[in-house]
Design a protein around this ligand. Structure first.
Ligand code: MF3
Ligand code: CO
Length: 253
């Protein structure tokens, strides 16, 4: 069931989203050689709690940290560790914050030091996939329009999309209906309506689309060990379009 949020609920989701956007502003400059992914998680947790939010990933089905930190061929759900970031790495940081019970979910892929042209292109195209999808986000259009926009932009740039992880509704819970695949067919699936709240999250792979989960039971990696990038925001469907809850007005990321 897809829930429609009241204006009060949307206001709380926006507050959660602001807290989350600020966390990225703090973490981005820390994504430099020598920083451990555990440190990034600890900093994120402090910033979130100081702002009155809760890092919802911690304890989610036993997940052990405040953020997901997926480096290079890690696709999603990388567990923060003593791994030290090194020059040329890319790191996808996925965070869920709640404020008074309402969720914001977002992810950014950051460059560590000097990265290859090819890695930079993957990060850029992944972000473009999100904004291609946003062009069709308005009441009356359908989930399949979002899915196909993402797939088309990724594949026309020579990349593939994971079939194993999708976007989703969210609100009181981290994951609600509908599921939002990053591949699909226009004019299919649930119809978008004012007051729906969605996490739209292209997860784009440099090589083949297959992924597998490591023995830690969380970290998903590409089967071919090529790179993955991920860009996600929480979005509210408005009367004639959308609003993004997890982006700061200033620095567009
Ligand atoms: N934030 C992820 C998403 O975009 C979910 C993370 S689940 C966790 O849907 F357990 F790893 F936290
Ligand atoms: Co999500």
């Amino acid at each position: 069931m897809i829930t429609i949020k009241s204006s009060r609920e949307i206001a709380l989701m926006k507050k959660a989203g602001q807290i989350l956007a600020n966390v990225f502003d703090v973490l981005e400059p820390l994504c430099i050689p020598g920083t451990t992914t555990k440190h990034l998680s600890d900093v994120a947790e402090k910033v979130i709690r100081n702002a009155g939010g809760i890092p919802e990933e911690k304890g989610y089905y036993g997940y052990p940290a405040a953020i997901c930190a997926s480096v290079n061929d890690a696709v999603v759900h990388g567990i923060p560790s003593s791994y030290k970031l090194k020059d040329g790495d890319i790191i996808s940081i996925d965070i869920v914050v709640s404020y008074e019970g309402y969720m914001a979910d977002a992810c950014r892929t950051f460059a560590v030091g000097n990265i290859s042209e090819e890695a930079a292109r993957l990060i850029r195209v992944t972000k473009e996939c999100f904004f291609e999808a946003m062009k069709v986000v308005k009441p009356g259009n359908r989930i399949g329009d979002i899915s196909s926009a993402i797939q088309r932009h990724a594949e026309s740039n020579g990349y593939s999309v994971s079939r194993d992880y999708t976007g989703h509704g969210l609100g009181r819970k981290m994951h609600e209906d509908p599921s939002i695949p990053n591949f699909g067919i226009p004019n299919t699936g649930p119809v978008l309506k004012e007051g729906m709240t969605l996490a739209i999250e292209p997860i784009i792979l440099q090589g083949r689309k297959e992924t597998r989960v490591l023995n830690d039971d969380w970290t998903a990696v590409t089967c071919d060990h090529k790179l993955a990038a991920h860009y996600e925001n929480t979005v509210v469907i408005t009367k004639d379009g959308y609003e993004i809850t997890t982006m700061n007005e200033q620095g567009e990321m």
